[in-house]
Design a protein. Sequence first.
Length: 258
Amino acid sequence: MYFRYKEHQIHFTDDGRGDALVFLHGLGGNARNWTYQRQHFVSRRRVICLDLPGHGKSEGKNIEFSAFVDVVIALIDHLGIDKVAMCGLSKGARVGLGVAARARDRVSALIVVNTCLCLSPSGQAARTTLYDELLLGPAGMQSWARQLLAQMAIEEGTTIYQGFLRSLNSLDGPYIRALFQQIQDYDQRSEVATISSPTLLIHGAKDQIVPSYCHGELQQLIPHAVHQVFEQCGHLPYLEAPERFNEAVESFLSDEAS
């Protein structure tokens, strides 16, 4: 399915019935990343997954990251939904946080998975090196992806690892690099401090992409949030431990609805 945001066609899936649950993927990902969650929740809820601008089947590579929130709100309006629960990974989590801050009456619950609002100067420098020297450098996207996977704590040879490498054929390296910089430069801390939606923070303990101080900062900014650590997981707990992840999300949403 598609809806029109300004002059751009934005792709999304819409399955099931009941309370709406929107999934937001990370940088370079797409709606298909949430297959395990769609399969689990479709019999319980209305499950919506979208390709954020410039990703998957969606147009909009000229849409600034700060406007991704407006795209998600426009989709909710397009579907005629009053309230949604939102679950996002990394970049998608930041979009979900933005929606919860700017449209506070539209977000019934929020699940935030492995994200960082602001890296330290040394963290920013290391991340920039990863994107400049590998993603755009002579070593190519394969070297960038392998380094990124190592920092995500995804074991070599696993289905997740191989699937990530196969996805490189559909990635636009210069676009991902430009969007990465927009994300890194965008400071949401004052915005996030206004969030009142019930919030679940999920942290993969083995993840090296998001430093531990980022999780502490989120807990300080959203003091009412529930925090869960997935000790055996890295950056992608929804793929690494999908049954546990789905159970955690379902339990949280059920508790908030009761």
